[in-house]
Design a protein around this ligand. Sequence first.
Ligand code: NAD
Length: 241
Amino acid sequence: MLQELIGGARRIVFFGGAGASTESGIPDFRGEDGIYRQPYPVSAETMLHIRTLKKHPKRFFEFYRQNMIYPDAKPNAAHRKLAELEGAGKLSGIVTQNIDGLHQLAGSQNVVELHGSVLRNHCIKCGKEYPLEFVAGAEGIPRCTECGGMVRPDVVLYGEELDPAAIDAAAGLIREADLLIVGGTSLTVQPAASLVTCFGGTHFILINLQETLADRYADLVFHEKIGEVLSQIAVEEAMRE
Ligand code: NAD
């Protein structure tokens, strides 16, 4: 059935979240081993709030470095299969809530990053840009080498708004899709999650270890690992259908 739906589709769009990267060793937030299940004295939502960055930057960067950046993570089977589907002209784009850059590392070209990326960072005073390694390797608060301003990640923190251009691009992709695959997301983070309601195409596949509120709308639901499910797709065969 999965293979048939892929074979019959012309414009597949993938909408994903943190669960798409757990098989690369990056923990999610709400899954079984997620960050929310760890015994931190302060919630991740508070630690990753714009207020914490402004008022307690040292604490923010301590948490951020320990929990949000994984410089050695590599794309997994899910990232690779999605890149292959795009290369074959079956998939028109990816909308991700992830900030790890792994889709692009796997070779995907059209990726809308709703929450930004840990790979991009900039000085809040002069705008100078910095790579991930700069923030990962800094002691305490990362400081601009030009002006001494704080260098922050281009990541949308709690309390900050999403880039309207990213929302438009994501909504446009999803609206034009004929097959939507939603995977590795609890669909609880707004406004990102509500973007899936833009979908008006033919088929909807949901791949998530835990149940989600959208399960009942899907043609196919897998409560299995996304890398294992997507690995079952034979792209060459799908191109013949
Ligand atoms: P979430 O943690 O709320 O939900 C992840 C879901 O993925 C869970 O329901 C879990 O059951 C499922 N899951 C975990 N591993 C899976 C696997 N191998 N296969 C299939 N399903 C799997 O994540 P979310 O909905 O993306 O929302 C969390 C927010 O946190 C996002 O906005 C994102 O920006 C951020 N975040 C990003 C990363 C990352 O970039 N890798 C990691 C953690 C959190």
